[in-house]
Ligand binder design. Structure first.
Ligand code: NZQ
Ligand code: ZN
Length: 389
């Protein structure tokens, strides 16, 4: 196990109806805030009404910035920065999924910064301060509600890039599993795939003697798989959503990164897909992750066999562990299909025209590699995209 420091400062308020207290929690930071949300789901579900009632009750004045799109755009972030500066807003409340939360985080670090906020996403600068951000989560998926990351898409050049910084931890996140009842089935599937991908990015490691975290990741994966099926049958199954929502947060709050190196090649390759084709992040992952697994499993057959046996109940063929490893990948793919997700580029209506361009973008034209479990060069990345067709 590697040495590590683990500190996650985000306060989680979890359960039925908890968002009624969001005003009191936000009031600890400012009395004039930005309320940031997406395309309308929170109005249709009644959540918007409950949030604004709570803010008003706590004496909070709020300005609104809606219209965050999945794969959140830099232009709206810039608008939010301007709005906060002009009106002296001291806090940002994000109500929505990963896209809204990531957009709020970007606005937060952009407000006190003199340069261009994109500097933080292209590696030119590290954020040193931020407006505080709080969240009310509506979809278990990205884990941004307790993560130190934000992913933004720059429209010019179609670049989707992450920023990671301790500045990006939300001050608090409200998690009410009931808010997920209104999710369309496709978004449920995308969220599940993303949660599983966060777990698997951490699982496939070269670090030895990491048994506790291996077991915790397996527990999370099994919990998500079992409860996803319940949700697919009954979309207002509170107990199943509670399991999935908490797993989604735990999957990405870095507890499960402790003492080990993660991989992250699949995530970075997926960002090239969603940047160009505006595909949902989870749907991009259900295409890329199995293709990546198929490409690298021979690097550590035992680890892949362990995954297959412990997570997907594959019978261990002691004399042919490779077969167990491959069966695990097949079962993962079958599970994604069952969730209604694409498992090939063709399934998502994506042709082969821009695979080379994506491989270039993911590796800075071949100058950089991707991943840690296996270091992938530009040709490897290209080969994986080709095999995902
Ligand atoms: O915009 P609205 O109308 O709210 O609709 C959203 C959106 O269309 C809808 N939705 C959300 N909650 C709903 C709902 N519809 C009905 N009922 C509800 N309760 O779902 C759609 C997708 O929302 P989005 O926020 O895009 O989903 P998700 O949470 O999957 O976020 C994806 C983004 O997060 C980034 C991804 O790259 C992607 O841009 N990620 C962020 C990470 C982080 N900050 O730590 C890590 C992840 O790996 C990921 O990269
Ligand atoms: Zn993800």
């Amino acid at each position: 196990m590697d040495n590590f420091v683990f500190q996650n400062p985000t306060k989680i308020i979890f359960g039925r109806g908890v968002e009624a207290d969001v005003g009191d929690e936000a009031a600890k930071y400012a009395k004039k805030i930005l309320l940031h949300y997406g395309g309308g789901s929170i109005k249709n579900s009644g959540l918007y009404r409950r949030i604004t009632a709570s803010l008003t009750k706590s004496g909070i004045e709020y300005m609104e910035l809606s219209g965050v799109k999945p794969n959140p755009r830099l232009s709206l972030v810039r608008e939010g920065i301007g709005l906060c500066r002009k009106n002296g807003l001291g806090f940002i409340l994000a109500v929505g999924g990963g896209s809204v939360i990531d957009s709020a985080k970007a606005i937060g670090i952009g407000v006190p910064y003199e340069g261009d906020v994109w500097d933080f996403y292209c590696g030119k600068a590290d954020p040193k301060e931020t407006l505080p951000v709080g969240t009310v989560l509506t979809i278990p998926a990205a884990g941004s509600e307790m993560s130190c990351g934000s992913v933004i898409t720059k429209e010019e050049g179609l670049l989707k890039r992450p920023c990671n910084s301790t500045m990006l931890y939300p001050k608090f996140s409200f998690l009410n599993p009931e808010t997920a009842f209104t999710l369309p089935k496709y978004q449920v599937g995308c969220g599940i795939a993303d949660i599983m991908a966060h777990l698997m990015e951490r699982y496939f490691t070269n670090t030895k003697h990491v048994e506790l975290i291996d077991r915790l990741i397996e527990a999370c994966l099994k919990t998500v798989i079992q409860n996803a099926s319940k949700i697919m049958d009954k979309k207002d199954d509170y107990d199943a959503w509670a399991e999935v929502m908490w797993s989604g947060t735990v999957a990405h709050n870095d507890l499960l990164s402790t003492g080990r190196e993660g991989d992250w090649a699949s995530h970075n390759m997926e960002h090239e897909l969603s940047a160009i084709y505006d595909i949902a992040h989870g749907a991009g992952l259900s295409i890329v992750f199995p293709a990546w697994m198929q490409y690298v499993y021979k690097h550590d057959v035992s680890r892949f066999a362990q995954f297959a046996v412990r997570v997907f109940n594959v019978e261990h063929t002691f004399f042919d562990p490779e077969e167990a490893a491959r069966e695990g990948i097949r079962r993962l793919k079958a599970f994604f299909s069952l969730l209604g997700l694409p498992v090939s580029l063709k399934d998502a209506g994506i042709g082969g025209e821009r695979l080379s361009e994506m491989a270039d973008k993911a590796t800075e034209g071949g100058a950089a590699s991707q991943g840690f479990f296996v270091k992938l060069n530009r040709q490897d990345v290209y080969n994986i995209f080709v095999s995902a067709q």
